[in-house]
Design a protein. Sequence first.
Lengths: 420, 437
Amino acid sequence: MTPGPEGGRSAAALAGIRVCDLSGQLAGAGATRYLAAFGAEVIRVEDPTNKGGWDIVRGAAPFVDDRRGIDMGGGFNNHNVGKWGVTLNLRTDEGKEMLAALIRTSDVVTENFAAGVFARMGFSYDVLCELRPDIIYVSNCGFGQTGPYREYKTWGPIVQACSGLTFDAALAGHEPAGWGYSYMDHMGANYMALAVLAAIVHRNRTGEGQWVDIACTETGASLTGTDILDFGVNQRAVRRPGSVDSNRSAHPAMAPHGIYPAAGEDAWVAVACRDDADWAGCRAVIGEEWAGAETFAHLEGRLAHQDELDRQLIGWTRSRDRHEVARVMLAAGVPAAAVAMPEDRIDHDAVTADWGLWPTVHHTLMGDVRVEGLPVHLSRTDWVIDRGAPCLGEHNEKIFGDLLGLTPDELAGLAERGVV
Amino acid sequence: MTPPEPRPGPLYGLEVVELASEHAAWAGKLLADLGAEVTLVEPPGGHATRSIGPFLDDRPGPERSLWWWHHHTSKNGVVLDLDIPAGVELLGRLVGRCDIVLEAEQPGHLAARGLDRDRIMAASPALIWVSVSPFGQEGARAQDPATDLTLMAGGGPVWNCGYDDHSLPPVRGLGGQAAHVAGVHAAMATLAAVVHRDSSGVGQHIDVNMHAALNVTTELGSYEWLVARHTVQRQTGRHASVSPTSPTQVQAADGGYVTLGFPPRSARDYRAILDWLEELGLGSAFEDRVLLEMAVERGGVSIVELGQDPIVDQIWSAGRAAMAFIAAHVDARTCFDGFQQRGIVCGIVNAPEQVIGDPHFVARGFPVSVDHDDLGRAVTYPGAPMLFSRYPWRIRSRAPHVGEHQGEVLGLRGSPDPAGPTDDDDAAAGVSPDPAD
């Protein structure tokens, strides 16, 4: 183990925790990626009969070069760094027995199949408990394992629509814009990791395992909670599409508050004046007569005349460089940010660079590839991300040999019979 | 060990001191609702975030902020004046006997008030101290001001969200998501540190960087660039993409919206769509019906045939068009249930206020009733974001009033000073709660 920045790195935080991981995509794989970064031994179990194709990102773009195939998906590599990869055909009895043996030696089992699928494979929570009484089992799907929609299928954008997040991202007078990525795959994964960790803390103190059922739509709904309280407590009528202007800020009340055009194509800058002092700084930066109007001096006036305020501010921002606007506003103490393109924040951002947010991992076929790091640093047991995602079945020999005591000959036989 | 029954949650027994803030509140709620004992420390008169709306009956007041209600369930509240030495000393005592400190103060601010983190942690080596800040504790931008909007704009999410029409600005989603993303990361890292401490006896400092958290929460937005140096472009109601993709968000007959999943592929899907068109009396109105029938006859289509066989391309487009056609002729709710019950992926764009009353979530017990004894009524809150089979997640109590648990936290809970703080100490520390509202 290499010493951390403050010296005292003794061991990985999750050293000794073994995870038998049947999860995939981002909503599941993102959770066990986090555990692996803190030193858990994550064994990703995939289906050899469809070449791991259940995980739709396994062979999907982006790619590092012209090579294609089930081991070449850039997203898969990002989501599965630091894991071990094995294959097991769970339609065979031998495959099921080997999974059972893996589960007996694991602390945690994770999956994000559609509801009920893992139980139908023969691995209900009761069965898992028979294999290992203190097992921690975390299942994660769109609508959860119970309820009228348990058979409904989802992916990130469906979860976001059903949970209220899509509705709450819009410009006034327009249809919902929603989230241009699977925000809830990230957050579902984060909550899944949180569930595993809380259950480990509980088990370490009591000896008891448990099952955690995550419904991503519920996790998503909890992220719009203040809205939910407002409409319930104050008995408001349900809003219609077109009524949301999410670039403005009613709570806390701020103006100006928006995303304004800057010089250049599709260039934008966000400015948020939290109070009259921020506005005074903003006004001084702008230095034009309109900004000194008494109408705008106080928050009430700025809120009441927000359309006019935004029109004037756009007149000032649209001829200026987005980074320059952010720089002068920040220098005046006003929160502001250029709307960052991926290149800006990954290749030209001192904060993310100094943080070490984009580590390079080595992937057996792809070579060295940059991936996402973690947004936390722990002074003693910090995360380590340095090994790429496993190729399909890459660690069969190591894992089945080390943990189940299988010899290369036995593994060859299993491969012939289509088990691994 | 034999736990007392019922235990409040999987984190039972962990003691957290949280300094009230906008950015660490969510992490504190996650830990508190999972069973940790969280003591929320505010300045006299209540923390500034009590002025974040919306408000009960739209009237501002320290006990009327629904933001405060939502973010501080299951916590105890005390008032300490950290502008005077007695308040700092009392906070030092609270910190000295807890497991976890959670704060989102401006970096350097606590040290300037005499609460030096390194010194406190040296005296309490098992302590876990969690700092949430916009740009991390160190570095050139550590003191820059930031809000949810500017963090979301600078950290990556905003670039990905908006409309096909790029003359419209990109969009920041509501809900305070910058603090939510950082909050769940703070809670995750805290528990990783607890696992380490339970085996080693050693605590540590955790630096949570909100800007970094958003940067690693934009899916393809980040790794299209990391892997292939491609830039995604925002699109209405669907993934930002390197190359434009077909619309998936459709307005239903009642004005609501639905989100369509992947177009159908199996013969069964095409049959189901044809049958539904028939049931709706729209069988002859959908002009590409013949393509759907062809799809049934040929046993469905496969993605690998796309771009290879022009008929498959036409069938694929007709499948999506048929879904959009049905959506436009029924209400959003019928569309959502109708497709899903036929095994075809579809979402409904719910307003948050619709979600809480949805029969599925009601059946799972997601809406929970929280007693507001002070108002003589119960209030429905969003409930468990995950269901634990033992000692479940739960909201144990409404958010605390200003200084509500002053006596029991500062006076009764095993102070290392055998005499405990005296009334004089309390007065000197400025701990008398202001009367609320």
